[in-house]
Design a protein around this ligand. Structure first.
Ligand code: PEP
Ligand code: MN
Length: 332
C-alpha cells in the first residue's frame, strides 16, 4: 500500500511511521511517500492521522503501477520530454562501446546531422568473457562528456557494477542499467538517490514482474524518473541472439506508468533485422528506440554483428517518422 503523508509532516514523524509500518520512505519535494508491502490493504491504525491519501495495489508493483498513477510519467530529458502526453518517440543512437575519440566523435556528428538528440555508448562494458574488450572506463566517460559539451547531445551510458556508479551518475545525463546489472541492488539503490533519468534494461531471464519490481527499488528510493527498456529475452530459439518480447511491451504499457523504450539491436543481434524490427517497435506506440550504430561495424570491439553502419542508420531513421505519425507519435 502506498501512503501519502500530509504536507508539513516532520521528517522525524515520517521516519518513525516508516519504521513502525515497515515501509520504504522518500520525499517527493512536497510530501513523504511511504510504501508498505502490497499485502497491506488498509491504512494501519498508527498511520491514520498522518496519511492524506492511500492507494491499494494488487502486487509489489506499486509506484510503477497504473493502480497508483494512471497517467504515464513524463520524464524531462534536457529540452524535451518523453512519456505523459508528449507522444514523443526518442531516438537513442550510437556505438555499443566508446572505443576512441575519433570513433565517438563520428557517431556524435551523425547524431547532429540527423537531429538525433541522445548519444549512447558504453564505457564500462559487462562482457560475457573477461578476455574481450572491457571498455575505456573513466576515459570513455570523459570522451562522452566532451561530445556532450561540443555537440549539445544528451549522453546515455551504462553502469556495470556499483564500484563506478558515482562516476556514471556524475557524467551521464541518462544512466543505463544493463540486462546483467539489473539485479544489482547496490546500483538500483544508488540510482534511487539521484534524480537523473535511469534507463533500466530487462534481464534476459527476467519475468515482467521481476523487471518492474527492480524499477520499484529506484522509485521507492525517491527517483521518479525511471524508463523501462525491453531488449530481448532468452527463449529456445538460437537463430537470433534473443527474442524481442513485444507481448511484454504491450503488458508494460497496459499495467505500468513508466515510459518504455525498445532496443531491437541487442534483441536480434544481427544488423540485417534491426530496421524491420525498429519500425515494428515504433508502430507499437513507444516512448523511444535504442539503436546501435558504428562508423565501421566490422571493426567494432563489442557487438560487431548487430551495429548498423551510418548509411544503414540514415536509411532507417528516414523511414521512422511515417511509422510514428501513423500511431500519432513523433520521432524526436
Ligand atoms: C548495451 O546496451 O550495449 C548492452 C550491453 O545492453 P544489454 O545490457 O541489454 O545487453
Ligand atoms: Mn551493445
Amino acid at each position: 500500500m502506498i501512503l501519502h503523508l500530509h504536507k508539513g509532516t516532520t521528517e522525524e514523524h515520517a521516519q518513525t511511521l516508516a519504521k513502525e509500518t515497515k515501509s520504504t520512505i522518500s520525499f517527493d519535494g512536497e510530501k513523504y511517500v511511504l510504501v508498505t508491502s502490497s499485502k497491506v490493504k488498509e491504512v494501519p491504525e498508527i498511520a491514520k492521522t498522518l496519511v492524506s491519501e492511500s492507494f491499494v495495489t494488487s502486487s509489489d508493483i506499486q509506484l510503477a503501477s497504473k493502480e497508483y498513477q494512471q497517467a504515464v510519467r513524463t520524464i524531462q530529458l534536457n529540452d524535451f520530454a518523453i512519456g505523459g502526453t508528449t507522444y514523443n518517440t526518442v531516438m537513442i543512437a550510437g556505438p555499443c562501446s566508446v572505443e576512441s575519440e575519433e570513433q565517438i566523435e563520428q557517431a556524435a556528428k551523425l547524431c547532429v546531422e540527423l537531429g538525433v538528440k541522445v548519444l549512447r555508448a558504453g564505457a564500462y562494458k559487462p562482457r560475457t568473457s573477461p578476455y574481450t574488450f572491457q571498455g575505456l572506463g573513466l576515459d570513455g566517460l570523459k570522451l562522452l562528456a566532451k561530445m556532450r559539451d561540443k555537440y549539445g547531445l544528451q549522453i546515455i551510458t551504462e553502469v556495470r557494477d556499483s564500484t563506478h556508479i558515482d562516476e556514471v551518475i556524475e557524467y551521464a545525463d541518462i544512466i543505463q542499467i544493463g540486462a546483467k546489472a539489473m539485479y544489482d541492488h547496490g546500483i538500483l539503490r544508488k540510482c534511487g538517490e539521484t534524480k537523473k533519468p535511469v534507463l533500466l534494461k530487462r534481464g534476459f531471464g527476467t519475468t515482467l514482474q521481476e523487471f518492474v519490481q527492480a524499477a520499484e527499488f529506484i522509485l521507492s528510493g525517491g527517483n521518479p524518473n525511471v524508463i523501462l527498456c525491453e531488449r530481448g529475452i532468452r527463449t529456445f530459439e538460437t537463430k537470433t541472439r534473443f527474442t524481442l518480447d513485444l507481448c511484454g511491451v504491450a503488458w508494460l504499457k497496459q499495467y505500468t506508468n513508466l515510459p518504455v523504450i525498445l532496443d531491437p539491436s541487442h534483441a536480434i543481434g544481427y544488423a540485417y533485422g534491426v530496421p524491420d524490427l525498429a519500425r515494428a517497435c515504433v508502430a507499437m506506440g513507444i516512448d523511444g528506440l535504442l539503436i546501435e550504430t558504428h562508423p565501421n561495424p566490422k571493426l567494432a570491439q563489442s557487438d560487431a554483428d548487430q551495429q548498423l553502419n551510418f548509411d544503414e542508420f540514415r536509411h532507417l531513421y528516414a523511414s521512422l517518422n511515417a511509422v510514428a505519425s501513423a500511431v500519432c507519435r513523433k520521432m524526436v
